[in-house]
Design a protein around this ligand. Structure first.
Ligand SMILES: Cc1ncc(COP(=O)(O)O)c(C=O)c1O
Length: 492
């Protein structure tokens, strides 16, 4: 028999683990001085990392140095203190180590018997998260990889909840089923469209109602559309309301929408993927609506709670809503039931499930709610500082009105009459220049005035000095990119 069998010995694991930890120590000590993103082309990165399938074993030291030298510098570093794109999230020490422990245990949290204490930790964590998000009415809940799947599952439960249709059993095809529709604002995340595609609802039946200028769903427009569609024979399967839209962080009037849903006997799904956990921050929490009338709700620890990627919580107000939608138990997965046991495989499409709750358990315990609150509050204060700087500069406009630390900025020189398309182009160039310089990394959106530079603040490493640096980079890039006036007085 070959000698090349078996895992690393426990001693080798410790030795290599220490090596890794000391590299991570260097990574975090120097992170702020690294470029946030790479300037290498896709072709160059592919060429760098394209190699033949290795036949012979390689020493871990070599693998680690290749990862350090070739992979790490060719990433966009989401954990970087000046990463402000998309939704700026970060991982934190306790959760990073928990991921390692999770892999070491490698339990599969599908059935209670398969991972008893892991399922118990997941239940505890879900209860804690529900408290943090202000949704203590949750009866059915589960951790999933992201809000896109959480929303798919929430909307699947909504479809199952429709009286008299029994779609789970009988399907949609070839039956006299009314045309089902989902109502939401035109600012809603594309995950709603993907859910409609997957559930057989169809994109034509996602009714996107134009939002108001601040990005909020207009309840009157929703009511009118529901009434009109009812008269035409459509059946409202769900309304999706946002707590923190992706573009500008808008908050829909959830309480009013809940009234409308009740009047139309329609499921209310709340997408609080981004906004949910900001309730902890004292500057934000009081401005958030009561969510308790939502039938289902998603909120993402991996967007806000200093938790590494893939952690999202799906909650339902109705007991068994998820299990009545997804429970299928073949013989080989039949196990004994005892009081208190939970089989998470029945709460979503996923059968094999990692012990995702551990990283949340470790980080919530390590920081405590008070520590998380302080960190989120600090991020909200940094965003307020950036807004103040922009508001006091006559050439910049803060384009969004949100309590979240999401700042949409547009450079608009106050002493020049520019065509809005020129202003769009100018902001596009500023955006590109900032990202290419490598000091900070921002993304963009389009608001009613046009192209805006979008700055999300929420990274655990970000400090006042980073926001100061970002502002200097934005204003320098704006000066450099500013459109020169031609002799005729027009711009180009
Ligand atoms: C408002 C909102 N909902 C849902 C999602 C999807 O989240 P995930 O990436 O966890 O699937 C996003 C992603 O950015 C989002 O901004």
């Amino acid at each position: 028999m070959s000698e090349n069998v078996g895992d690393w010995s426990p001693e080798e694991l410790e030795k290599n683990g220490q090596l890794l930890l000391s590299q991570l120590r260097e990574h975090f000590s120097t992170l702020g001085n690294q470029p946030v993103t790479t300037q290498r082309s896709a072709q160059e990165i592919r060429a760098l990392l394209d190699e033949p399938l290795p036949d012979a074993p390689q020493p871990f030291t070599e693998i680690l140095s290749q990862t350090w030298d070739d992979v790490r510098p060719n990433l966009t570093l989401w954990n970087h203190p000046r990463f402000h794109a998309y939704f700026s999230n970060s991982s934190s020490g306790p959760a990073i180590l928990a991921e390692m422990f999770t892999a070491a245990l490698n339990v599969n949290v599908m059935l209670w018997d398969a991972a008893p204490a892991a399922a118990a930790v997941e239940l505890t964590v879900l209860d804690w998260l529900a408290q943090m998000v202000g949704y203590t009415v949750a009866q059915d809940s589960v951790l999933v990889d992201g809000a896109s799947l959480g929303t798919l599952y929430g909307l699947a439960a909504a479809r199952e909840h429709l009286a008299g249709l029994d779609i789970r059993q009988q399907g949609l095809a070839g039956r006299d089923v009314p045309r089902l529709r989902i109502y939401t604002s035109d600012q809603t995340h594309s995950s709603i469209d993907k859910a409609a595609i997957t559930l057989g609802i169809g994109l034509d039946n996602v009714v996107r109602i134009p939002a108001d200028p601040d990005g909020r769903l207009d309840p009157d427009a929703l009511r009118e559309r529901l009434e009109r569609d009812e008269r035409l024979g459509y059946r409202a399967m769900a309304v999706v309301a946002n707590v923190g839209t992706t573009s500008v962080g808008a908050i829909d009037p959830v309480e009013e929408i809940a009234e409308i849903c009740a009047a139309h006997d329609t499921w209310l799904h709340v997408d609080a993927a981004y906004g949910g956990f900001w309730r902890l921050a004292p500057q934000v929490g009081p401005q958030l609506p009561d969510l308790s009338r939502a039938d289902s709700l998603v909120a993402n620890p991996h967007k806000v709670l200093m938790c590494p990627m893939e952690a999202s919580a799906l909650f339902c107000r109705h007991r068994d809503a998820l299990t009545n939608t997804f429970r299928v138990v073949p013989e080989y997965l039949r196990t004994r039931h005892e009081d208190g046991s939970v089989d998470f495989m029945n709460y979503s499409l996923q059968l094999g499930r990692q012990f995702r709750a551990l990283k949340l358990w470790w980080l919530i315990k390590s920081f405590g709610v008070s520590g998380l609150t302080d960190r989120l509050s600090a991020a909200a204060a940094l965003a307020e500082g950036l807004r103040d700087r922009a508001r006091s500069d006559p050439d910049w406009v803060v384009e969004n009105d949100t309590p979240f630390p999401l700042v949409c900025l547009r450079y608009q020189p106050h002493d020049q009459e520019l065509d809005p398309r020129d202003v769009d182009e100018l902001n596009r160039r500023i955006h590109r220049a900032v990202n290419e310089a490598g000091g900070s990394f921002v993304s963009h959106t389009v608001v009613p005035s046009g192209y805006a530079i979008r700055v999300s603040i929420g990274n655990i490493h970000t400090t006042e000095a980073d926001i100061h640096a970002l502002w200097a980079e934005l204003t320098t890039a704006a000066r450099r990119c500013a459109v020169p006036r031609t002799r005729e007085g027009s711009t180009r």
